[in-house]
Design a protein around this ligand. Sequence first.
Ligand code: PMP
Length: 461
Amino acid sequence: MTLITNHMPTAELQALDAAHHMHPFTHGHDLERKGARVITRASGVTLTDSEGNEILDAMAGLWCVNIGYGRHELAEAAARQMRELPYYNTFFQTTHVPAIALADKLAELTPYDLNHVFYAGSGSEANDTNIRLVRTYWEQKGKPSKKVIISRKNAYHGSSVGSASLGGMSAMHAQGGLPIPDVHHINQPHWYAEGGDMTPEEFGLARARELEEAIHQIGEDRVAAFIGEPVQGAGGVIVPPSTYWPEIQRICDKYEILLIADEVICGFGRTGQWFASESYGIRPHIMTIAKGLSSGYAPIGGSLVCDEVAEVMNECDFAHGYTYSGHPVSCAVALENLRILQEEGIVERAGRETAPYLKEKWETLADHPLVGEAKIAGLMGSIALTPHKASRAKFAAEAGTAGFICREECFANNLVMRHVGDRMVISPPLIISKPEIDTLIERAGIALDNAYKRIKDEGLL
Ligand code: PMP
């Protein structure tokens, strides 16, 4: 058996990886041909790969490393907890201190009366919990016909069967027999791509009112909940028009529909406040959390539940839970992460100083001939690539071709930006400094110039 270490030649690591490791959201043979990039270390906002390249991670991993890489306090919290109590469950009349302490901290940090947490191992698991939770809630209230959950097209809520059904990604639904029954998708509030001649405000209202139409069509007595990301992340960092969420809130209130805010990306500072619900005027009954909760240092997610829903659920024996619900090591790491985010004022600084600076710089990219719009919400941003700015046109080539070229040019310039179709997105660690933002923008500009040239050369314009 070969000892596999960071010191092995990259090509050998890539060959072993291709032989035995199946990657998420990846075409296996394509990856085998190209070879996976091997990341070996990280510190702050910088990744190091096996070739010694230093790469600015403008995605915070997968939107999760809010605190930045290399915080030893989190490693120590994990080691301490592993030595003391590496595992115990919270099923059969038992609990443990990390789960209690984190639940208490979450009740303090989260807005409104979201005072109760049901732990999960990830965002997908938490959204699976939500499906069963809202349906069980209505059964408990004597309304078992209320089962339908309304979501949006191009939403992302996870990759398990339940959460991917809530999501509105057609490519995901096309594989594996999704969605499950009683999930209904309305259109998304994506003005740039779908707003036509309407103003963003008119469009935001129109799209929110699709919820009301869907409730009428399905029947109020059948609708259990509405779920949405305050700002769509994996769908391309789509910042909704200002009119959207207040109208969704009004409709949920009017028809007594439970409102689930999926803050897996937005939570814990991403939009410049602790939770995006606060900035967008959303008052959820349930909030999905994961990612920034532990800054990705340990897998953990959860459903935060308001007092009334928790009260009703506490009347029954909810036959649901995961081996790793409230895993003590993950809870200890999350607690330490939250302690640092709070004590160092990282979220407040991100909102007050970093976000306005990033916004100013990011919006300059809209002047590039390839860019149709630059949007930003706190520390998550997107740019739309277009062959024709004024008409917000799409490329004639298959969606994602231009985006993929741009992503390659980013990598070639030691910058991680992700592409979602022909939108480029960023979500850097909250601790990114102003000089690092300057570097990000400079590399993004070079990548756009190079991509523009390639796109022209390849006849895509
Ligand atoms: N909800 C949202 C809004 C997400 O962005 C994600 C992951 N990108 C998930 C849920 C699923 O989380 P996980 O990958 O931890 O299962």
